[in-house]
Write a protein that binds this ligand. Structure first.
Ligand SMILES: Nc1ncnc2c1ncn2[C@@H]1O[C@H](COP(=O)(O)OP(=O)(O)O)[C@@H](O)[C@H]1O
Ligand SMILES: [Mg+2]
Length: 433
């Protein structure tokens, strides 16, 4: 296992287009890092450079303490799991998993190969499928075989390129928890590429958000959610996505399409002389004022809005509220939507209300939010003017503590299970290596 350090990594393909542009990233030993961003932002290119399938145009790549820019893939000791599994149809599950060991002719005894494959099969709950052929397995099982092959190699790190995108939604959720469990149990450094923000948020210790080959922000999922550095990250993380509205500054008042807000403390300064800003508000931070107690209601701002459509989802409901946008921010938001692979102009707000809300299609609703939840962005640069670096750092260090504790717990449990097994089997099993 090892750390992976990227310094100013650039990739220009033949046509000169910088698919990856100056990416620096420190991946700690044992860490689970996600590379996320819309299609075409350079995720696969970055991963392929790490594993050695693609030359690095400039910059430095280290695995552990060694610079590996010019090392052949097999000398980097990394294990890559692809989207399409790349299994051998004529080989059994056992032989598919054993394959990387058999490739290194003479290095492992038959006994060692068996030990290693069985260890991987136990980790992935594939024990009873070892004699089957890939064609007879479900998508999720095939995915596990591909992971088993990565495990037996005893690699320095696991690299995943959108491994779950061929699976249906339910299985994706299942495999997600399985990958997380496997990573905790083995404590292996992992870099995982996905375009899916839910996957990124649920799996990663830290998430690196890429846009057009450039790193936007690297932080824990919660820090990305609460303290995004710019419009792009704010719009990419969260589902349904953050609402963006024009905000006009009139003296000490911030005028939103639905309400005039007295400016919260400190915001005035952060705005500088700006007269127009983009205001962000997450759907889940709006509530139906009618179901709130007076105390909570008084602590925030209420406004009236005409609801267009309501979607009821059981645990919550989404209400869509059209609004007049401002020509000067419309262009910026359209550009943002293109970057995010979005569905066109955002001239409606989505609010996510508790399912006890009686807001319905076509009704006039009284809605509530806490103005301290608002994020304010520069309309030109997209920078988050309300970004709180101190808060972001605090969240990151809490997440790091939690991660260490989880890793220790998982490894203690594995060690205990191992002791039980070796006692009952009466032999001291050891992994070949
Ligand atoms: N072999 C290649 N030759 C030229 N351009 C490429 C090649 N592979 C990828 N690209 C371009 O590099 C950019 C990043 O691609 P990629 O890393 O595959 O993105 P992602 O995995 O995030 O979808 C895209 O614009 C893509 O068209
Ligand atoms: Mg890709």
């Amino acid at each position: 296992m090892a750390s992976i350090t990227l310094t100013d990594i650039v990739k220009q393909y033949g046509d000169g287009y910088p698919a990856v542009n100056g990416v620096s990233l420190d991946i700690k030993d044992g860490e689970f890092v996600i590379l996320v961003g819309p299609s075409g932002c350079g995720k696969s290119t970055l991963l392929r450079m790490i594993v050695g399938l693609e030359d690095i145009t400039s910059g430095e790549l280290k695995i552990g303490d060694e610079v590996v820019n010019d090392r052949a893939p097999r000398d980097r000791h990394l294990a890559m799991v692809f989207q399409n599994y790349a299994l051998y149809p004529h080989l059994t599950v056992f032989e598919n998993i054993a394959f990387p060991l058999r490739l290194q002719k003479g290095r492992y005894t038959e006994e060692q190969i068996k030990d290693n494959v069985e260890f991987a099969a136990d980790t992935l709950e594939l024990r009873e499928h070892l004699d089957r052929k890939p064609a007879n397995l479900s998508g999720g099982q095939r995915q596990r075989v591909a992971m088993g092959r990565a495990i037996v190699r005893d690699a320095q790190a696991f690299l995943f390129d959108e491994p779950l995108s061929n699976l249906d939604a339910k299985l994706r959720g299942q495999m997600r928890t399985e990958i997380a469990r496997m990573q905790r149990r083995l404590g292996t450094t992992t870099v995982y590429v996905t375009h899916d923000q839910t996957e990124a948020m649920t799996l990663g210790d830290r998430v690196a958000v890429l846009r057009k080959g450039e790193l936007q922000q690297v932080a824990s999922p919660r820090a990305l959610y609460e303290q995004p550095v710019n419009l792009f990250v704010a719009g990419f993380i969260g589902s349904p996505p953050m609402n963006f509205m024009p905000g006009e500054v009139h003296g000490d008042t911030l005028r939103l399409p639905f309400a005039d807000l007295p400016m919260p403390d400190g915001l005035r300064e952060r705005l500088g002389g700006r007269e127009l800003v983009i205001v962000g508000l997450r759907p889940e931070h709006v509530e139906d004022a009618r179901v709130l107690d007076d105390h909570k209601r008084a602590a925030g701002t209420t406004f009236e809005a005409d609801v267009d459509v309501v979607e009821w989802l059981g645990s919550e409901l989404y209400a869509y509220i059209p609004f007049e946008t401002h020509a000067d921010v419309a262009a910026k938001l359209e550009e943002l939507d293109r970057d995010l692979d979005g569905e066109g102009m955002r001239t409606q707000v989505i609010v996510s209300l508790g399912s006890e809300s009686r807001v319905r299609d076509g009704s006039r609703a009284t809605l509530w939010f806490d103005p301290r939840r608002l994020l304010v962005f520069d309309p030109e640069s997209g920078e988050n003017l309300t970004y709180d670096e101190e808060a972001a750092r605090r969240i990151d260090s809490e997440t790091e503590e939690d991660r260490r504790a989880a890793l220790e717990r998982a490894q203690r449990d594995t060690a205990r299970a191992g002791e039980r097994e070796s006692v009952s089997a009466g032999d001291a099993r050891h992994r070949a290596g």
